[in-house]
Each structure stands twice: as C-alpha cells, then as structure tokens.
Write a protein that binds this ligand. Structure first.
Ligand code: PMP
Length: 344
C-alpha cells in the first residue's frame, strides 16, 4: 500500500507545465511551477516543516507551545498543518487587505486569526509586525518563526524547490522568475540554481539568470513601499530572508497588469492562480519579449521557469470579481463588455 502518514509529508515535488497560449508570438519555452499543488495550497508549505523542526532543535519551541506569526495566509496554512501534527496552537496576524476567504481558511485549520490595519507604518503599535511581537511577549511558550528573517525559509527552497526545477528541466533552465515577498523563494531557489549552473558552458545556457518580480511601489524594485493590491509580495522594508545579491535583476509590475494576466491564466491556460502568480507571469512575459527583441536565437533556446505561488480560489471575491475589479478601475465601467477586455 502506498500512503503518507500525514498530509504534511506530501509537500513539494510540484509539476512544471508549459504555458502555451498566453505566450503566443514568443519563442522562449515558459514553464510554470504550480505550487498550489502543495497540500496546503501554496509554496509556503515548503518552509513550515523546516522552520518548526529547527525551532524545536534549538529549544525555542517546546511541547504545548504556541506559534505566533504575521502572515498573509499561506505561511499560516503551512504552519497550521505542521502544528496540527505536532500539537501546537497557532495565532496568525493578518493585515486587513487579506481576503475573508483566506482568514476563514486559517480559522478552519483551527488557528486564531488577529486582523490589523494595512495602512500604518511598520513601527506603528497596530502594525502587523508590532501586534505579533506583543502577542509573543504576552503569551507564555509563544514562538514567532518570523518568516521575514528566518534562514530556514530560504534553506528549504535551496533544498527542495531549486533541485526539483533543475531535475525536471534536465538542467536546461536558463532563467528563474519569481515574485518577492519575504524573499525566501527567490533567495533559496535562486541561490541553488546559480550554484548548480555556475560552471555550465555558455553554449548550454551559462549560469541561470535569476529574475525577481515586484509590485510597482515596493522596495525591491526601487519603490518606497507605496501601497499596492497584489497580496503576498512586495515589501516596505528589507527582510533578512532576502539576499539582494541573488537576483540579477528585479522587474516591477503594476497591479493592473498582474490582475489582467491572473485572469488570462485562468481563461487561456486553465490555471486558476492568485495575483502574485499573474504578477510573476507578467514579469516572465516582459523578460521573454525583451529576449526576443534583443537576441532571437537566445530567446529560442531560453527555458524560463516561473513560479506560481498559490491558487486563485482565495481571490474569487477580488481579482475574479468584475465589480471588485471595476471599483479599482482595472476593468472598464459597467456597460462595456468585461469578457472582451479580458480576452483582448
Ligand atoms: N505569493 C504569495 C501569494 C505569497 O503568500 C508569498 C509569500 N509571502 C509570495 C508570493 C512570496 O514568497 P516569498 O515570501 O518566498 O518571497
């Protein structure tokens, strides 16, 4: 009989799928790594197991302890899965821009959810960083994994995401594209892919180029932290989980382009994914277009892997709602055909 002893053992080994429609006119091969196929539904499942194991080994998390983490939802699900197996309580602190669906998911896993305002400075006592720090101080046996600074985050991607991509592309990947939130994904995966390819000949593609994608306004692409609507990516400070030496470049993508591509991925590729996936694919398409115009021969050989962090199910009332999209001006005013605007 073939079975796992717990759902959390099934994290990783997500598939690559070629994008075939949205890429029309581009000769590069663009492969999407579909992280919503992790058991908790996102890329963040990968970091949870390692973060908890290292905290236990270091004596920071003891039996019966409480995990307190500021999270936009996905890290919470990953941590809640591991906590369930190991008997820890979870309290998650979410900014109020996080959708009701995502909050409900965390509660469904048995976690407590605390909501904080988005539009305050990180140092404000009501910010989601400050509130989680206060909870850790006040609750006996509390442990804050802090995905923003925890080296186990990037390490888990170095150990799993990177090797999976290298193996599944038979070592032919030329570019790795991922959105940057805490920076753990791009830092760990990118570092592995650079290390493993650094001696590859130019004819075989040379060192893998690492391309970070950032919501326009966020610090990674030179912004000030100005608010944007894409969830899970972009920052208003520089987290320690992000090593700015790993990406060769960071491309900024607007909310409008991110949401447009997110909707097209569902309609044209049957990939129902979240806004940070649309953002990453928008960046990958920009990269492929640039390669095409600068060096068509290199573009034809390019194998671009773009990571899709989570599923679109958590965004049905936002990105996939015409009225929500219209309220922010991402779709034409009522009366015009929204279907046409999506299929243009
Ligand atoms: N997209 C979504 C939906 C996320 O929740 C996250 C994690 N914050 C990311 C992208 C970015 O991943 P990372 O934190 O590893 O940079």
């Amino acid at each position: 009989m073939k079975y796992a002893s717990h759902i959390s053992e099934l994290v990783g080994h997500t598939p690559l799928v070629r994008l075939g429609s949205i890429t029309a006119g581009l000769s590069a091969t663009i492969l999407a790594k579909v992280e919503y196929m992790n058991p908790g539904g996102s890329v963040k499942d990968r970091i949870a197991e390692r973060i908890i194991a290292e905290a236990e080994a270091a004596g920071k998390l003891l039996p019966g302890g409480t995990i307190v983490e500021p999270t936009s939802g996905n890290t919470g699900v990953g941590l809640a899965m591991v906590a369930q197996r190991k008997g820890y309580d979870c309290i998650f602190v979410c900014p109020d821009k996080v959708s009701q669906d995502k909050r409900d998911v965390l509660r469904a896993y048995g976690a407590e959810v605390v909501i904080t305002p988005t539009a305050v400075a990180p140092g404000d006592p009501n910010s989601y960083y400050s509130v989680s720090d206060r909870l850790v101080r006040e609750i006996p046996g509390a442990y804050k994994p802090d995905q923003y600074s925890n080296p186990a985050g990037p390490a888990s991607h170095y150990a799993s995401t990177g090797p999976e991509i290298w193996e599944d592309t038979d070592g032919r990947i030329t570019h790795f594209v991922a959105g940057v939130g805490t920076g753990g994904t791009i830092t760990g995966t990118g570092r592995f892919l650079r290390d493993v390819s650094k001696d590859r000949s130019e004819a075989d593609g040379g060192e893998v180029r690492i391309v970070g994608i950032d919501p326009r306004g966020s610090v990674y692409s030179g912004g000030t932290g100005r608010p944007y609507l894409v969830e899970g990516v972009g920052e208003d400070f520089w987290p320690a989980a992000y090593d700015p030496r790993v990406p060769h470049e960071v491309i900024a993508v607007s909310d409008g382009d991110s949401f447009d591509i997110t909707r097209r991925l569902a309609i044209e590729e049957a990939l129902l994914v979240g806004g940070s996936s649309g953002m990453a694919v928008a960046g990958a398409l920009e990269l492929a277009e640039r390669l095409e115009s600068q060096d068509p021969a290199a573009a034809a050989r390019a194998v671009i892997v773009v990571l899709l962090p989570d599923s679109g199910r958590g965004y049905l009332s936002k990105i996939f709602s015409d009225s929500w999209m219209r309220s922010y001006g991402f779709l034409p005013a009522q009366g015009e055909s929204t279907v046409d605007s999506v299929l243009r």
